[in-house]
Design a protein around this ligand. Structure first.
Ligand code: ADP
Ligand code: ASP
Ligand code: MG
Length: 404
């Protein structure tokens, strides 16, 4: 049985007309003798609205109720798709995570799929049915509804492809594929025909919203090829696959950016062994993700300045934890939200010297000051003033000739 998983994102199912379009795409694949499993996100904007409501009711909304609430958007879109397919004469039915069940573990709001029970869906496929499965949600061992983090329908699709040994997993979205940078921001961004899991994981983790990072990790672990393409235009998209399958090699494959970081600086920290651990321990215990870190060498050997970045939404909590931390001694706490992180990504940089220099020089020529730097084997990230985001991405796009 040739199984294919088709996932549709929020914009693709955003209106009644678009749901009709999605049903046409599904019918096309089912006529190609595939057994089709469909995964859908909520209609565009619905999840955001639900989150907004929870925040209006409490700034400490129960995480387990948050999951019940925000997973509800997918129920609506899945029923609409199944209903339309029924109207077109197809046998189709919607399934919520708990009905299958899709078992998850981990914290509410950021759970991970560990098991998908196949029997009911398999029987339905064999009977000629098209199951429409809600993305983004599952059920915990204690039978509470869970969600997989923002953009989590991508992870649902990949895990369904894994458990059902699908031949293909296609992610239908509102752009034609993965681009060298966000095509909605930089008009000269180019569609990438194929990209490695490693590069896609970095691009996604560093801000390219087009794929959820965890879904790429899962695809890489399970060697699942992903096609990313538009639900609006019938055009070739981007293949996310293993490095070996990719022939071209530019030095840099893509540029990502984030605008929701905040820079935290502790000025005049009493420098002694273990001080960094004392600062970061309570943050990690409270699920605050610390990203870039720099510690200045202390001039007198007694005091140092420590700078790191967090997500802006964690500022309040971070401030409180640092101020209440009796194990550290510092003179001042500075927080700057007016920053953005720009990253260049590419496996080509492993074998090409001088990439860092070219990046820094290109930014310097445009008078863009670099505040913090972090690197890995295949990426270089810099923190800059937020107002320079577009300028920086454009100049780097040109510097590394990503437009051709
Ligand atoms: P969906 O609702 O289909 O899951 P998302 O909004 O999650 O879609 O992701 C698609 C969006 O990702 C695009 O509209 C685009 O603005 C953004 N994006 C950011 N970086 C990139 C990139 N490098 N390539 C393609 N799209 C990108
Ligand atoms: N509807 C969810 C969200 O907006 C999941 C998804 O779109 O993948 O985050
Ligand atoms: Mg998405």
């Amino acid at each position: 049985m040739k199984i294919i998983v088709l996932k549709f994102g929020g914009t693709s199912v955003g209106t009644v007309e678009r749901i009709k379009n999605v049903a046409r795409i599904i019918s096309k694949y089912s006529k190609q003798k595939y057994k089709v499993i469909v995964v859908s996100s909520a209609m565009g904007g619905v999840t955001n609205d639900l989150i907004k409501k929870s925040k209006l009711l409490s700034n400490d909304f129960s995480l387990s109720e948050y999951d019940v609430l925000v997973s509800s958007g997918e129920q609506m879109s899945c029923a609409l798709i199944a209903g339309r397919l029924n109207h077109m004469g197809y046998k189709s039915q919607s399934w919520m995570g708990w009905q299958i069940p899709i078992l998850t573990e981990g914290r509410h709001g950021s759970s991970r799929i560990i098991q998908i029970y196949k029997k009911k869906i398999m029987d339905f496929l064999k009977s000629g049915g098209i199951p429409i499965i809600s993305g983004f949600q599952g059920i915990s061992l204690d039978k509470r509804i869970t969600t997989l983090g923002r953009g989590g329908s991508d992870a649902s699709a990949i895990m369904l492809a894994k458990f059902f040994k699908a031949e293909k997993c296609i992610i239908f979205t509102d752009v034609e594929g993965v681009y060298t940078t966000d095509p909605n921001m930089i008009k000269s961004a180019k569609k990438i025909s194929s990209i490695s899991y490693e590069e896609m994981l970095e691009m996604a983790s560093l801000g390219a919203k087009v794929m959820q990072p965890i879904s790429i990790q899962d695809a890489r672990l399970n060697r699942i090829d992903i096609d990313v393409k538009s639900s609006f235009k019938n055009k070739a998209g981007t293949l996310i696959t293993k490095r070996k399958n990719i022939s071209r090699n530019k030095i840099i494959t893509g540029i990502s950016f984030t605008k929701n970081d905040a820079k935290v600086t502790l000025v005049g920290v009493k420098d002694k062994p273990g001080v960094a651990a004392s600062i970061f321990k309570p943050l990690s215990q409270n699920y605050i993700n610390v990203d870039m870190v720099v510690q200045n060498i202390s001039a007198n050997g007694r005091e140092t300045d420590l700078t790191f970045t967090i997500k802006s939404e964690d500022i309040k909590k971070t401030k409180k934890l640092i101020k209440n931390n009796r194990n550290i001694d510092f003179r001042n706490l500075l927080i700057n939200k007016n920053v953005s992180k720009i990253s260049i990504i590419g496996v080509g940089m492993i074998t090409t010297p001088g990439v860092t220099f070219r990046m820094f020089q290109a930014l310097a020529k445009k008078n863009i000051n670099i505040q913090v730097i972090s690197t890995s084997e295949i990426k270089i990230s810099v923190l800059i003033n937020k107002e320079n985001t577009n300028k920086a991405v454009s100049v780097l796009h040109k510097e590394f000739k990503l437009y051709n």
